[in-house]
Design a protein around this ligand. Sequence first.
Ligand SMILES: *Cc1c(COP(=O)(O)O)cnc(C)c1O
Length: 434
Amino acid sequence: MKTDLNDMLMARARQVIPGGVNSPVRAFRAVGGTPRFVQRAKGAYFWDANDTRYIDYIGSWGPMILGHGHPAVEEAVRQAAADGFSFGAPTEREIELAEEILALVPSMEMLRLVNSGTEAGMTAIRLARGATGRNKIIKFEGCYHGHADALLVKAGSGLATFGNPTSAGVPPEVVQHTLVLEYNNIAQLEEAFAQHGKDLAGLIIEPIAGNMNFVRATVEFTRRCRELCTQHGALLIYDEVMTGCRVALGSAQSVYARSIPGFEPDITVMGKVIGGGMPLAAFGGKRAVMEQLAPLGPVYQAGTLSGNPVATACGLATLREIKKPGFFDALAAKTRRLVDGLTAAAAAEGVPFSADCEGGMFGFFLLPELPQNYAQVMTSDGARFNQLFHGLLDRGVYIAPALYEAGFVSAAHNEDDIAATVAAAREVFAQLGG
Ligand SMILES: *Cc1c(COP(=O)(O)O)cnc(C)c1O
């Protein structure tokens, strides 16, 4: 049998890196098998250690909206690197990137750049607490906001519960102020505000949840989140790390503003696409809130590499491409064709299937109807998903190695890629059956 270089690399990686990976889901634990070690990537494809090509529907979990190695972005990064990697002093490009993001997401009047979505989410919570002088926060089951202690909580079953830490190493005291509710459950939301309204600093939510596959907050639920926060003086925090500049140029909040005129969150957390594949994220909001941050205000936050010159160059070049006229319409139409193609292929083979998409982000379930919350997502059959995952992988199509992850289409995917993906899926669906 031919030597599999991915197997060899994984064996070596396991000796020096826990589980062989630097972020858990990369390890393929849920789906089994050996992770593909990426050698290089271009456009819609990457090549693994064996030089096998895959159509990439992860795109670094969202950032690579232009595809890999876009020439304009590559050039911007090269030029920036030639001028120096990091200074620990301000640069003009940080202003340019801030201006660019604020123009796209006007609910933010000011923002601060950081290195990861985790950092941005963690600081957004600190800021909400500092600005309101309150401690409690609401999050929703199935939403991921990075791995800061206070946000690493899942819900107990059904009713609202004060969180039990999901991770070992998080003292109960640290999450005692985190209230975990069911996504899209208006009655539970109203009850939580009725009971804790005066102590609530903020509510943090993924407007389209991409960390339990793809689940939209309903318009009515979104409207109630906004109304209740306003009534009780809590801040509405939109975690758009995944959806930001991905589901629409103006991010998910612009999608909800179509149905709820004037809708905007108080604080927005951004990451992934705005860095174009470099470590870069941001959080922002109204001027009065943001001026609570050091050095102006009492809420401390800092970062040695924040606003890094190479990362900002990468983000800026990426945003300049995606705001070109027609970019998002084309991306959304292509993503829709993929989702429709997969849906038709599943129907033809009698496989229960539901799928949804917005802009360049999609999700699908081996369930007859789209789930509305985490508990419903968890009714999916993991074994069947794993068969689908490996069936696609064997045919050169790389989707997320877990059923609770969203998928991403880039500008570099062409019609042949979409058609090849649908054809591969149909073959696998035929094996899966009803
Ligand atoms: C990816 C993600 C994060 C965490 O960002 P990192 O850069 O991985 O720390 C936070 N929130 C959401 C919604 C995400 O998708």
